[in-house]
Ligand binder design. Structure first.
Ligand SMILES: Cc1cc2nc3c(=O)[nH]c(=O)nc-3n(C[C@H](O)[C@H](O)[C@H](O)COP(=O)(O)OP(=O)(O)OC[C@H]3O[C@@H](n4cnc5c(N)ncnc54)[C@H](O)[C@@H]3O)c2cc1C
Length: 275
């Protein structure tokens, strides 16, 4: 289907974009890579009158290597991230996960900001960013706030981003656990989305973070596994009660019990690389 007629604007700086988003309110949608929004518009599930294309804002594409963190602009594409040397050194699971997203076209257009704003439960970034203890920089005409990743994903396609706000960056702390990190996934063979994705970041002396995409409507950290590993349990024993208390998704790709089984298999795969 062809989307309804829509007005299109492409601001070249953040303030102009925020002003447009504020002035147009519910009548506009932010457009980044368009790989989720355009299909949804074609199906007329979303029918905005205005599109604010933010990919012309140079600042949003930057990946900056700071002293204690790396800041990834919201419009950095998956391909930009997959090829970034600073991220490869500080947090290998991030470029590795980026390199596994979709195909070349998807990686060249899809953006990290668009992906986490969309909050598809099968997307790869949620697990990886939860495991990395990232934070999300969000701006509006009223100012800026930084949302801890543990507070960011609120449910199926729901996040902490409020009306009038735009994600401008994702901040990754440079830590010991991020240096020792990995991401593995069981892919949906056509799209490459995660039926189950497991990200893990481990520094045995300080922090252990293990997170999942694809398993439930909301991506989550498995604190049961984290605590068991901190107590010194083996990978096998720590993953015995995986996703406890989590409502596991069931669909035509994988029923809940099979998905839970896969979560265990992929958690053990990730953890055995790191522990
Ligand atoms: C064939 C195919 C295969 C794919 N495979 C995978 C895969 O294997 N793994 C995976 O994780 N993903 C996959 N994707 C998703 C893709 O990687 C994109 O990340 C995703 O579509 C959203 O990013 P986008 O930049 O295209 O956002 P858009 O489609 O432009 O926007 C998505 C939503 O986010 C909002 N938005 C965009 N940017 C911002 C911002 N900065 N602040 C606030 N709101 C914003 C938009 O208004 C819209 O609601 C696939 C997509 C396709 C089409």
């Amino acid at each position: 289907m062809i989307p309804s007629q829509v007005a299109y604007q492409r601001p070249t700086n953040i303030n102009d974009a925020l002003q447009l988003i504020n002035d147009l309110g519910d009548d506009c949608k932010i457009l980044a890579g368009g790989h989720s929004l355009i299909p949804v518009m074609k199906l007329r599930l979303n029918d905005p009158e205005n599109l604010i294309d933010i990919t012309g804002i140079a600042e949003l594409k930057e990946i900056r290597d700071n002293e204690k963190s790396i800041t990834i602009g919201a419009c950095a594409t998956h391909a930009d991230i997959a090829n970034n040397a600073a991220l490869k050194a500080a947090c290998p699971m991030i470029p590795h996960a980026a390199s596994m997203i979709g195909d070349i076209q998807v990686r060249n257009f899809g953006t990290i900001g668009g992906s986490i704003a969309h909050a598809d439960p099968a997307a790869d970034w949620p697990a990886v960013l939860l495991a990395s203890n990232a934070s999300v920089v969000v701006k509006s005409v009223n100012g800026q706030r930084e949302v801890d990743i543990d507070q960011f994903f609120k449910g199926l396609f729901q996040t902490a981003v409020e009306d009038g706000e735009m994600i401008t960056a994702i901040r990754i702390p440079k830590t010991g656990f991020n240096k020792n990190s990995t991401y593995v996934k069981f892919v949906q063979p056509a799209s490459r989305f995660a039926i189950v994705g497991c990200a893990a970041a481990i520094d045995k002396d300080s922090e252990i973070r293990v997170a999942f995409s694809g398993v439930s409507a909301t991506p989550f950290r498995d604190t049961g596994i984290e605590n068991a590993l901190k107590e010194g349990q083996s990978v096998e024993s720590a993953t015995a009660n995986i996703a406890e208390g989590v409502s596991v998704m069931s669909d035509h790709f994988a029923k809940a019990n099979y998905r839970k089984h896969l979560a265990g298999v992929y958690a053990r795969k990730a953890l055995s690389q790191l522990v």
